[in-house]
Design a protein around this ligand. Structure first.
Ligand code: BMA
Length: 300
């Protein structure tokens, strides 16, 4: 099965949100209590982002909560680092805790915040797990040889590479390694960043990432896949040379930021199917379906 965009796309727009927002997009995704749960970024009319929950029995038809569930003002002592918004959450479940990694945005510029929840109602902010400028962070959903791992995307001068690091406790990070870089002259020539949290497969860790190429004043965002070694995840086993998702329809081309497909959430089903929740033009939530086998095949 190739990567199929759902005929009902976009599956969520700002008209589905029961309160006033500028846009809904870039959702983290997970199965929770036998339902599909999206933790969606809503950009409020002020221009600052926060998270609202949407749930669905079938993974296609979602209902959005009446209120935000997690916002900058919930960050206590960490508020100075998120006061311009929280964005683009990645969710993993380790043991019985759901961990959220997301961008905190403020005058200090983007950095990565770690929070946890058990019920998606009460959230505990654990701390900042990068300095600025950094975003696109996802935890691996299990320890590897006794250590936690994360990928993220620090920015240094003109370099925008994906890095990997390890931790004994999710708070203290080290052993940094550059994992993947831009490919000059290609669709991913100007920046790349991790997209969805890695998923364990028989062949290694599968993850989506985004690749960006600038044309004039605009940036064209597409999505690729990479496969990382199961035990030594800093080793890339394979990576797509062509994008698996790219902007083609109006809902992906026209919006607050045109010509963007961006994802930070997917759900891998036990039968090998994958639901990729992605956003078009920073203005909606859309769905694409595929299988782990198909994506692994592309990486080899
Ligand atoms: C990235 C992030 C995303 C956004 C994307 C496209 O840098 O900030 O939130 O979807 O740009 O505009």
């Amino acid at each position: 099965m190739e990567v199929l965009k759902h005929p009902k796309n976009p599956i969520l727009t700002k008209d589905d949100v029961p309160f006033k927002v500028n846009s809904i997009f870039n959702a983290g995704a997970i199965k929770f209590n036998d339902e599909y749960l999206l933790l969606c970024r809503v950009e409020m009319p002020t221009g600052k982002s926060a998270f609202v929950k949407a749930v669905s029995k079938d993974g296609v038809n979602f209902s959005v909560d009446n209120d935000l569930c997690f916002k900058p003002e919930d960050h206590g002592d960490f508020y100075p680092y998120v006061k311009w918004g929280i964005e683009d959450v990645r969710i993993v479940k380790i043991d019985d805790i759901y961990y959220l990694t997301y961008t905190g945005y403020s005058e200090y510029m983007p950095l990565v915040v770690l929070s946890e929840t058990k019920d998606f109602k009460n959230f505990t902010v654990k701390g900042l797990i990068t300095e600025p400028s950094n975003k696109d962070c996802a935890l691996f959903p299990a320890k590897i040889n006794g250590k936690y791992y994360k990928v993220d995307r620090p920015e240094a001068g003109s370099r925008k590479d994906i890095w990997i690091s390890e931790s004994p406790d999710l708070i203290h990070w080290g052993n940094y390694k550059a994992l993947a870089s831009c490919v000059p002259g290609s669709w991913e020539s100007d920046k790349i960043g991790g997209s969805t949290p890695p998923v364990k497969t028989s062949e290694g860790w599968l993850m989506l990432y985004h690749g960006v190429r600038g044309f004039g004043n605009s940036m064209l965002y597409k999505i690729g896949v990479m496969l990382l070694d199961a035990n030594e995840p800093w080793k890339v086993i394979g990576r797509t040379t062509e994008p698996i998702l790219q902007p083609e329809f109006d809902y992906e081309r026209i919006g607050d930021v045109g010509n963007v497909v961006f994802t930070n959430g997917w759900v891998a089903e036990a039968n090998g199917e994958i639901k990729i929740y992605y956003s078009g033009a920073d203005s909606n939530i859309s769905l694409a379906t595929t299988t782990t086998d198909y994506l692994i095949g592309l990486c080899k």
